[in-house]
Design a protein around this ligand. Structure first.
Ligand SMILES: C[S@@+](CC[C@H](N)C(=O)[O-])C[C@H]1O[C@@H](n2cnc3c(N)ncnc32)[C@H](O)[C@@H]1O
Length: 308
């Protein structure tokens, strides 16, 4: 179950003392990689605390990059970065963490199903709108956006037959977007999805599962949320396990202001359950507790305030 939103940081992981990554000649020991990341990440507007537990993914990429450049250690790479400003773009791309799964942090999606989406839909209908719009920021291989589509179709749509549900999903990694469009998923990425929904929405295909066409309506776009955002407005924005985990507070503040500007008044911002909004984020209030919520206030849902 998620912790209380806005009151918890990403948990600090244990030591990985003896670990090192070796790739064709370049060897990066864990302490060396940690020191390198602690130096480099703030220069990219990122925060070390977010990467502590997942650093091996990044360290492996750094080792591979050293090998490609013919460098032998992280100190040499640091020197290389200092002399080659363009290399920062490469490093930035190496710092993407792409873990995701369907119905990730089930308390959050239960809340969206039972409370947030029906309420937003009822409000949109009362305003005689014909469409509810959602944006999944940092959508990885589409797991979050497709979960919204499945959830809408199987649990909410019937009550709002006059309302359509449009989903835009953005990621800066083209490879992830290609995987999203292919919609072919491993069993492990479906482990949190209610089994009945998996049976309805997917076709088994050997060791993987293919999402049926009827659940694929998502507009995937390549965008870097630091520079571009899709035209809104959106009734709901999911921005989980990206901005509020990996980026520093200044970057978080800049992005959260832009997200707020893309939300309809009273719209919902959904963040990761180990994340909090940055100090000074204005205009948000915790989504009001609902009887069906297992643990009120714990699902990472914020409501952007209506204008006074
Ligand atoms: C850890 S995954 C989170 C996926 C999903 N939101 C979830 O919570 O399961 C983060 C995703 O954000 C993408 N990403 C990283 N930086 C980004 C940026 N600046 N703009 C857009 N996407 C970004 C990565 O490529 C990756 O697919």
């Amino acid at each position: 179950m998620c912790g209380i939103v806005g009151r918890r940081n990403a948990r600090i992981g244990g030591s990985h003392g003896g670990h090192h990554t070796t790739i064709t000649g370049a060897r990066v020991r864990d302490p060396e990689c940690v020191a390198f990341l602690q130096w480099a990440l703030p220069r990219l507007g990122m925060r070390w605390a977010g990467f502590r537990k997942v650093r091996r993914q990044v360290c492996r990429r750094v080792a591979r990059r050293l090998a490609a450049l013919g460098l032998t250690d992280a100190a040499a790479y640091r020197e290389h970065l200092e002399g080659h400003p363009d290399e920062w773009v490469e490093l930035d791309a190496m710092c993407r963490i792409t873990i995701s799964r369907f119905y990730r942090d089930r308390g959050t999606f239960d809340r969206l199903r039972d409370d947030v989406l029906p309420q937003l839909a009822a409000e949109a209908q009362a305003r005689e709108e014909s469409e509810l719009c959602a944006w999944s920021v940092g959508c990885a291989s589409g797991e979050e956006a497709y979960t919204l589509r499945i959830l809408w179709r199987l649990a909410v749509a019937e009550r709002f037959p006059e309302l359509s549900f449009r989903i835009v999903a953005t990621d800066m990694d083209e490879m992830m977007l290609e995987r999203a469009r292919a919609a072919d998923f491993s069993t492990s990425s479906l482990r949190e999805l209610p089994a009945a929904w998996r049976e309805t929405a997917f076709e088994p295909a050997g060791s993987t599962w293919i999402l049926k066409e009827a659940f694929r309506e998502v507009d995937f776009r390549r965008q870097d949320v630091r520079r571009q955002i899709p035209d809104g407005p959106f009734h709901v924005i999911t921005c989980r396990n990206l901005v509020f985990t990996y980026y520093d507070e200044d970057t978080q503040r800049q992005i959260v202001e832009r997200l707020a500007a893309r939300l309809t008044p009273g719209g919902a911002l959904v963040i990761g359950c180990h994340e909090k909004l940055p100090e000074g984020a204005r205009g948000f209030e915790s989504w009001p507790a609902h009887v069906s919520a297992e643990s009120p206030g714990s699902s990472g849902v914020w409501r952007v305030a209506e204008p006074q």
